[in-house]
Every structure is written in C-alpha cells, then in structure tokens.
Design a protein around this ligand. Structure first.
Ligand code: PRP
Ligand code: URA
Length: 209
C-alpha cells in the first residue's frame, strides 16, 4: 500500500490557508501555488541519491556530494496541475515535463482524457504526477494508468488538498504510488467537490469563473 505523507510545515499550512480563502485573487492564488510547489518539492526530493564528486574550489580540490544524475519527470494533470510546474522546476530545472489532459465530466464526475504527451524515456525516470486536488481520485488514477501504459514505473503523486475518498481510491488502484499532500480535508459534497477545500482549482488559477 502506498504511503500518505502530509507536509504539515507551518509555511505550507499558512499558504494553503490563504489559497482556501474565497477572496484570494487569481494572481495571489497562482503565486501561492508556485510557492507551495517549491516547498513541497523540497520535501519530496529529500531521498534523491547523491554521489561523491571531486571538484576544484578556488582554494583546493575537494570531494563534494552532488545529485546522482537521477532523471526526474514532472507530469501535471491539466489544467490545474500546471500551477505546480514552475515552482518545482525552479528547484529541479533539469526535470522533463510531460502533460496529461483530463477533465471531470460534470454529470458523472468521471475523468475524460484529451491529451497525453510524456518524455520518451519515461520508464527510466522518477515521476512526480502533480495536481492540486485529489477529490474522487478518478483523475489521478486515470493519469497514473496512462503513465504506466507508457512504461512509467517509479511514480509519486503530489497534491495540495486530498479528500479521504480520493486517497482510498488512489491507494487501491495504485498501491505502489506514494501520495504527498499538504492537507487532508473532511469529505466530498454532492458535486464531488472537496469540503472545505478551495473550490475549483483550475478556475481559481486561471480566472475562468
Ligand atoms: C480538477 C482537479 C483534478 C480533478 C480532481 O480538475 O484539478 O484534476 O478535478 O477530481 P477527481 O479526483 O474527482 O478526479 P478539473 O476536472 O476541474 O479540470 P481542470 O483542471 O481543467 O479545471
Ligand atoms: N476539483 C477541484 O478543482 N476542486 C474540488 O474540490 C474537486 C475537484
């Protein structure tokens, strides 16, 4: 069973609280998403392997630890997952970025695919699938299905807010995937929105409502 890690660092909690507020502007919402992505990436990359490398400082040669050429892939679930990409890339600028386009059918709440473009060596990469919201878990599970169908194996899911229902579904459908979240909320409402949540993440990031 995949583990669930709640990143309860005070800075992350404070910024998520600001994102939840209904009167937070689109500009501030987007900026907060970028900042939280950076903070979460810092935590999520804690176990990346290092290797000892010899370098020259202005004073002498010395051995230092550097990242062991671990190839990462960041895969946002469109649209809202895009809000995480820049923040993560500012910490791991060599990561490749894939895109999976999914939207939830408003009636059935089932994910509908419209786009998928992944790095071609996806099977070799450590993959972070990013999406701010894990509600029913349908979108995250479908996105990870597509990645696995194309050879991706080493996968972590990262989101801001998760409902217990979404965590259960994702753990059952993808028991090999660890889940990193900033907050676990109470439940879903009758429209499958997270309560208390932050509303529609895509609309709030891009000002479309
Ligand atoms: C939102 C969110 C997730 C999905 C989560 O996307 O960004 O992808 O809903 O819900 P689920 O866990 O019930 O599948 P949405 O479908 O609103 O599309 P958008 O990002 O284009 O707005
Ligand atoms: N998608 C969102 O953007 N918000 C929710 O609360 C649930 C799904």
């Amino acid at each position: 069973m995949g583990k669930v890690y709640v990143f309860d660092h005070p800075l992350i909690q404070h910024k998520v609280a600001l994102m939840r507020k209904a009167d937070t502007s689109v500009k501030d919402f987007r900026e907060l998403a970028r900042e939280i992505a950076m903070l979460m990436a810092y935590e999520a990359t804690r176990d990346l392997p290092l290797e000892e490398v010899e370098i020259e400082t202005p004073i002498c040669s010395t051995k230092v630890n550097m990242l062991k050429g671990e190839d990462l892939a960041i895969i946002p679930v469109l649209r809202a997952g895009l809000g995480f990409v820049d923040g993560m890339l500012s910490l791991v600028p060599n990561a490749k970025v894939g895109h999976i386009g999914l939207y939830r059918d408003p009636e059935t709440h089932e994910p509908v695919e419209y786009y998928c473009k992944l790095p071609k060596d996806i099977e070799k990469r450590q993959i972070f699938v990013v999406d701010p919201m894990l509600a029913t878990g349908g979108s995250a599970s479908a996105a990870i299905d597509f990645i696995k169908e194309r050879g991706g194996r080493n996968i972590t899911f990262m989101c801001l807010i998760a409902a217990p229902e979404g965590i259960d579904v994702l753990q059952k459908r993808h028991p090999d995937v660890d889940i990193y979240i900033a907050a676990k909320d109470q439940r879903l409402n009758e429209h499958a929105y997270i309560v208390p949540g932050l509303g529609d993440a895509g609309d709030r990031l891009y000002g479309t409502k």
